[in-house]
Every structure is written in structure tokens, then in C-alpha cells.
Design a protein around this ligand. Structure first.
Ligand code: HEC
Ligand code: HEC
Ligand code: HEC
Ligand code: HEC
Ligand code: HEC
Length: 512
């Protein structure tokens, strides 16, 4: 139990009384402001000084979250409960009854491919056409990765582990083995700690998955987000450190990441490093952006890379992939060179009004909660819609049903446009196939295939993103509108090359 938090709350309770007294005696507004600030500082100092009852000592070696749970039982309790998260509204077929659990009979998450057979056509020739499921709580991340047919039927690299395990210690141990300096007791963010982390990461990335996964034993844990000594948030994933430094070097405006703007304004010295420069509020999003992002594996070393070198927008990442010549696979039916999008939550959130207003991932997905007099962050990371009172109504003074109706409007519009975009992509694939069958050459098909790459990337980007448009509604509709346009242009090109335009299920009945 944390004396820090209890004491802190008591001190805060004292504020209103002090305020009334102050206002009565000292009527100068300036003085009141100064006193309040002082009071606030005193409260914080008190919180910082009176430390938690440390039942166990936490070190850079403490991977097991249960150990941390002895000092921080409330956070641990929430963390464990990610295994019984309620289902999100978004991304799930509306035809499934709402009370059906998130598991299918075989203990796996719901299949996206069964829900939406268009995806089998869109991903044909790639592992995602074999097995692709809805996400679920953090407690399942390692298990679900080990069990997916994408890993069982296809050879995958150790780089997959980056976002599915607690791997700080595993990387450091691998780094030490490969000759990095220091010991495991060095603070992670010391020069030797970092050297171990990066060296190990580079060594584990190209290992075969089944070998690499033997090095880890837990899903993301406390150590991956927190410093064991100060409990401050920290970034521990090398790929994020490299990705965010690349973003900082670009000229993409990032008003929602003020520490990057400051680093740029003060002469872009060295590399931008969030562990030194990011504000606490930025860290409340960046700790999630270590994993909830678009990625690819670069080169034979399978270096996990976030494609932010030109910016975070869908077309900027596409331009990066074009420049480095990256394709995830060649589409089995059409022969187009295509890219698979993966969970770009951070990138989409970045384009929305919440990010712009300084609202972090944790504000909605880990809202403060109270137990008795204790205030803490809800570590049952899940859909905020299970918890509108704490996740939204702290800022929005509407009824719960009104807030849900607003989310519903955004998600329903996005879903409708996404259906059209995916249908248009499937139509394009069919049109290219018919042109191929009619004898069109690769040269004649080049433009239609290029348009498939662009249309599919956009439609998939929105499907792979997990908020069904909520994180940035206008941006979502822009992306899907472009997807429809590009796919339909592609159909025109395929027809020019000798194909036929398929009868589309998206075509409205007469009069609609
Ligand atoms: C203003 C509140 C808000 C912010 C800020 C926010 N989200 Fe969300 N997020 C939502 C809502 C609402 C949904 C849709 C939930 C649903 O459909 O049930 C969602 C959905 C999600 C989902 C899928 C949820 C599930 O249960 O399957 C993920 C993952 C996610 N967000 C991650 C993030 C990340 C990462 C960030 C920061 C980069 C972020 N969110 C920022 C409100 C927010
Ligand atoms: C180490 C990588 C990693 C980090 C860090 C991370 N996540 Fe996740 N998150 C995942 C993975 C992987 C899954 C999917 C697990 C599965 O389906 O088995 C997931 C699932 C989720 C879900 C869906 C839960 C559900 O019940 O369906 C939400 C919401 C979410 N994460 C939000 C966040 C937020 C907010 C943060 C930051 C506070 C965060 N995540 C940090 C990797 C991560
Ligand atoms: C950059 C971080 C990151 C990397 C690298 C990563 N994942 Fe994930 N993975 C996530 C996140 C975040 C989720 C949850 C959101 C979602 O499902 O869209 C997830 C979900 C999953 C899921 C559950 C849903 C599904 O897609 O069926 C599986 C299985 C999975 N990943 C396997 C893999 C495999 C295999 C690799 C290596 C090829 C890999 N992951 C690499 C972050 C990552
Ligand atoms: C995915 C990242 C992530 C993981 C994993 C995680 N936390 Fe946190 N934790 C956060 C965030 C974000 C905050 C809010 C920090 C802030 O506002 O400065 C937080 C805050 C805290 C705090 C400060 C008090 C509070 O509740 O706000 C404690 C203590 C804490 N976490 C303990 C734990 C423990 C124990 C575990 C493991 C069982 C854990 N955390 C796992 C992200 C994480
Ligand atoms: C920390 C404060 C904060 C929290 C928490 C928050 N919001 Fe917001 N929200 C804002 C701000 C600020 C705006 C922008 C309004 C403005 O500037 O006029 C906004 C705008 C919106 C909008 C309209 C903008 C758009 O994206 O189209 C919706 C809808 C919305 N919020 C829903 C939610 C929901 C649902 C939740 C909970 C999951 C939530 N908000 C949580 C502060 C917050």
C-alpha cells in the first residue's frame, strides 16, 4: 500500500480550506495565485519525499510483474485484469452478439478473416491471409504471437518480439554476451545500459522466431515502461528511439510533440532523445507509441524500423517506403507490389484534435481512478468506452449516452467508408486479373498495379488502425476517400489494358 498516495491526497484535500482562508484575508488575486502555486509545489514535494513502502526492492533485473505488484498492488491488479478486458466496439462485426466473449471456442481471439472475407482477397499471397485476428488485452500478447499461424506456418524473425514481450533484460543479456560493456545492474539509461540494450536487440532481431522467443517469459511488464528506482516513465524500445529521432530530423510539423518542436527550434543538436527531452505528458503517449505503430523489418539484419523519416502521415510513410523500395509482398492475384499496414494508432492519433489539444493515450486508456482516498492510473489498459465516466467525462460535460452516440457516429461513418474502400480495392484486383487473362503485359499493367499499392495501403491503414476512425475522424475519412478514388482510377487503367470492370457490390441500387 502506498503511503505516498494517501498522504498526497490528504494534503490536496487541505487546499480548498486554505483557499477560502486566503481569499478572505488576502484579496489580491496575484497573491492568491502565488500562494496556490506554493501550496501545489509543497504538496508535490511532500509526495516526492514520502516514499512508498518498499516491500521488495525493484531493480533492473526485476522482470516478474508480481514482484512489482507487492509494492504497487493497485497497478498490478489492473495489469493482470487485461486478461478479462471487455470487447471494444470498434473492429468487431456488428452481427456478433454484444455479450459473446472475446474468445472463440478454441481460446483464440475473433478472426478478422472470417468476419470480413474481402481481407482474404486483399492479403492473398501473404501470411495475413492465413490467420489474422482481433487484438485483445496485453496479458495475451506473447501467447497470441506464439500461437498465430503466421508464425507456425511461416518463418518469422526474432524482431517480432519487440512489441510482444518484456525484453529489456533479455536484450541486455544478449548484448552483454555479444561483448557490450558493463553489467546488468547499470541503470538502463546509462551509456553502458544503452549499449547493452542496442547490441542485444541487434543480435536478437535476425534470430529465428522460435529460438528468440525462448529468451523471454512475460508480456510487456512494469520494467518496460518504468524506471525501477524512480518509477518514472521511460522509453525502452530501441526501434522507437530510432524512429522518433528520425521523425525529429524531418520537417513534418508536430505541434502535439512540443519537445521535438523545441529541439528543432534550438538548432537540432545531436539526436532527439525522448528519455532526456520529452515532457511527462508526451511520455504518457510515447510509452504506448513504442508498439502501437506502423513498422517494417529493414535488410538482412531485420532491423525493426518505424517509417517516420518524412513524417507521420499516411502518404509520408508511403513516400518513405517508395524511396527505400520496400514491398511486403507481391500480390498473388494481381502481381502488384504491396505494403501491409500495422496498428498505426500513434500515427493516426497524431492527426487528431485530441493530440493537438494535448490529450495523451493514457488520459483515455489509463484514466485516474480512486480507491478510498488513493488516486492512481488504471492499469487495465482497454477500450475507454467501458469507462466513459473516468475516460471522457473528466473533460466532456455531456451525458454518457451522448458521448457514446458521438463515438458511434464517427465509427459508423468510418466503417461505411472503409467497406466502400475495401470493395473498391477488391474490384481493382479483379479488374487487373481480367486484364492479365486477356493478355495484358506487365508494362500495360504497371499503372493499375501502382494504383492498387496506393489504394490498398490506405484502406488497410484504416482497417489495421484500431479505433475505427475515432483517433482522428476527419483524417480517417480523407484517407478512405483517397483509397476509393485511387482504386477506381486503377479500375479505369485496368480496363484500358484490356480488363473488364467487375460488377461491384458497392454500387448503390437505383434511386439510392
Ligand atoms: C480522446 C481519447 C483517446 C485517446 C487520446 C486515445 N484513444 Fe485509443 N481509443 C479511444 C476510443 C474511444 C477507442 C474506440 C474504442 C472502442 O471502439 O470500443 C480507442 C481505441 C483504441 C484501441 C483499440 C481498443 C480495443 O479495445 O481494442 C487501441 C489499441 C488504442 N485506442 C490505442 C491508443 C493509443 C496507442 C493512443 C495514443 C497514441 C490512443 N489510443 C489515444 C480513445 C482514445
Ligand atoms: C510492448 C508493446 C506494447 C506497449 C508498450 C503497449 N501495447 Fe497495447 N498492445 C500491444 C499488443 C501486442 C496488443 C495485442 C495483444 C493481443 O492481441 O494478444 C495490445 C493491445 C492493446 C489494446 C487492446 C486491448 C483489448 O482489450 O483488446 C489497447 C487498448 C492497447 N493495447 C492500448 C495501449 C496503450 C494505451 C498503451 C500505453 C499505455 C499500450 N497499449 C502500450 C502492445 C503494446
Ligand atoms: C512495432 C510493434 C510490433 C511488432 C514489431 C510486431 N507486433 Fe504484433 N502486434 C502489435 C500490436 C500493437 C498489436 C495489437 C494491435 C492489433 O492487433 O492491430 C499486435 C497484434 C498481433 C497479433 C494479434 C492480432 C493478429 O494480428 O492476429 C499477432 C498474432 C501478432 N501481433 C503477431 C506478430 C508477429 C508474428 C510479428 C512479427 C512478424 C509481430 N506481431 C510484430 C505490435 C507489434
Ligand atoms: C505500457 C506501459 C506501462 C506498463 C507496462 C506499466 N505501467 Fe505503470 N504507468 C504507466 C503510465 C502511462 C502511467 C502514468 C504515469 C504518469 O502520469 O506520469 C503509469 C503510472 C504508474 C505509477 C504511478 C502512480 C499512478 O498510478 O499513476 C505506478 C506506481 C505504476 N505505474 C506501477 C506499475 C506497475 C507495478 C506495473 C506492472 C505491474 C506497471 N506500472 C506497468 C504505464 C505503464
Ligand atoms: C483531457 C481532456 C479530454 C479527454 C479525457 C477526452 N477529450 Fe474529447 N476532446 C477534448 C478536447 C480539448 C477536444 C477538442 C475540442 C475543442 O478544442 O473545441 C475534444 C474533442 C472531442 C470530440 C470532437 C472532435 C473530434 O475528434 O471530432 C469528440 C467526439 C470527443 N472529444 C470525444 C471524446 C471521448 C469519447 C473521450 C473518452 C474516450 C474523450 N473525448 C476524452 C478533450 C478531452
Amino acid at each position: 500500500m502506498s503511503t505516498e498516495q494517501t498522504a498526497g491526497t490528504k494534503a490536496r484535500r487541505g487546499v480548498p480550506a486554505a483557499l477560502v482562508w486566503l481569499v478572505a484575508v488576502v484579496s489580491m488575486a496575484g497573491t492568491v495565485g502565488a500562494m496556490l502555486l506554493f501550496q501545489n509545489i509543497q504538496t508535490r514535494k511532500f509526495e516526492a519525499a514520502s516514499s512508498v513502502i518498499r516491500i521488495v526492492e525493484l531493480t533492473e533485473r526485476t522482470v516478474d510483474p508480481a514482484e512489482w505488484g507487492k509494492n504497487f498492488p493497485r497497478q498490478y491488479d489492473g495489469y493482470v485484469r487485461t486478461s478479462d478486458n471487455p470487447r471494444a466496439r470498434a473492429g468487431l462485426s456488428d452481427s456478433l452478439p454484444a455479450d459473446e466473449g472475446e474468445h472463440e471456442g478454441d481460446g483464440k481471439a475473433v478472426s478478422k478473416l472470417d468476419e470480413n472475407p474481402r481481407l482474404k482477397t486483399i492479403f492473398n499471397g501473404y501470411a495475413f491471409a492465413i490467420d489474422y485476428r482481433e487484438r485483445r488485452g496485453h496479458a495475451f500478447m506473447l501467447h497470441d504471437q506464439r500461437e498465430t499461424e503466421r508464425v507456425k506456418q511461416r518463418q518469422q524473425p526474432g524482431a517480432c518480439l519487440n512489441c510482444h514481450a518484456s525484453n529489456v533484460v533479455a536484450y541486455r543479456e544478449a548484448g552483454l554476451k555479444a561483448g557490450a560493456p558493463g553489467t546488468l545492474d547499470d541503470p538502463l539509461l546509462s551509456a553502458s545500459g544503452r549499449a547493452q540494450l542496442f547490441k542485444g536487440w541487434e543480435n536478437v532481431n535476425p534470430m529465428p522466431y522460435h529460438e528468440a522467443t525462448g529468451l523471454v517469459s512475460h508480456p510487456v511488464t512494469c520494467l518496460d515502461c518504468h524506471d525501477p528506482d524512480s518509477m518514472r516513465l521511460r522509453i525502452t524500445k530501441p526501434a522507437f528511439l530510432e524512429g522518433i529521432a528520425a521523425l525529429a530530423r524531418s520537417d513534418d510539423a508536430v505541434p502535439h510533440l512540443p519537445s521535438i518542436e523545441r529541439w528543432r527550434a534550438s538548432g537540432r543538436k545531436g539526436e532527439y532523445d525522448p528519455n532526456d527531452l520529452a515532457t511527462r505528458q508526451e511520455m504518457r503517449s510515447m510509452s504506448c507509441a513504442q508498439c502501437h505503430v506502423e513498422y517494417y523489418f529493414k535488410g538482412n539484419e531485420k532491423r525493426l524500423t518505424y517509417p517516420w523519416h518524412k513524417g507521420l502521415k499516411v502518404e509520408q510513410m508511403e513516400a518513405y517506403y517508395d524511396e527505400v523500395g520496400w514491398d511486403d509482398w507481391v500480390h498473388k492475384d494481381s502481381g502488384a507490389k504491396v505494403i501491409k499496414a500495422q496498428h498505426p494508432e500513434f500515427e493516426l492519433w497524431s492527426q487528431g484534435v485530441h493530440a493537438r489539444s494535448g490529450v495523451s493515450c493514457a488520459d483515455c486508456h489509463m484514466p485516474y481512478t480512486r480507491e478510498g482516498g488513493v488516486k492512481f492510473s488504471d492499469h487495465q489498459i482497454r477500450t475507454p468506452l467501458a469507462n466513459v465516466a473516468r475516460a471522457c467525462q473528466t473533460c466532456h460535460q455531456y451525458t454518457e449516452s451522448e458521448i457514446l452516440a458521438r463515438v458511434d457516429a464517427i465509427q459508423t461513418r468510418t466503417r461505411g467508408m472503409m467497406d466502400r474502400a475495401e470493395t473498391a480495392v477488391v474490384d481493382l484486383i479483379r479488374a487487373i486479373v481480367s486484364a492479365k487473362e486477356a493478355g495484358a503485359s506487365d508494362e500495360q499493367l504497371a499503372l493499375a498495379r501502382d494504383l492498387q499499392r496506393r489504394a490498398q495501403w490506405r484502406a488497410d491503414f484504416m482497417n489495421a488502425e484500431n479505433s475505427m476512425g475515432f483517433h482522428a475522424p476527419a483524417e480517417s475519412l480523407r484517407i478512405l476517400g483517397e483509397a476509393v478514388d485511387l482504386a477506381r482510377q486503377g479500375v479505369v487503367e485496368a480496363v484500358k489494358a484490356g480488363g473488364t470492370a467487375p460488377a461491384s457490390e458497392a454500387r448503390p441500387a437505383a434511386g439510392k
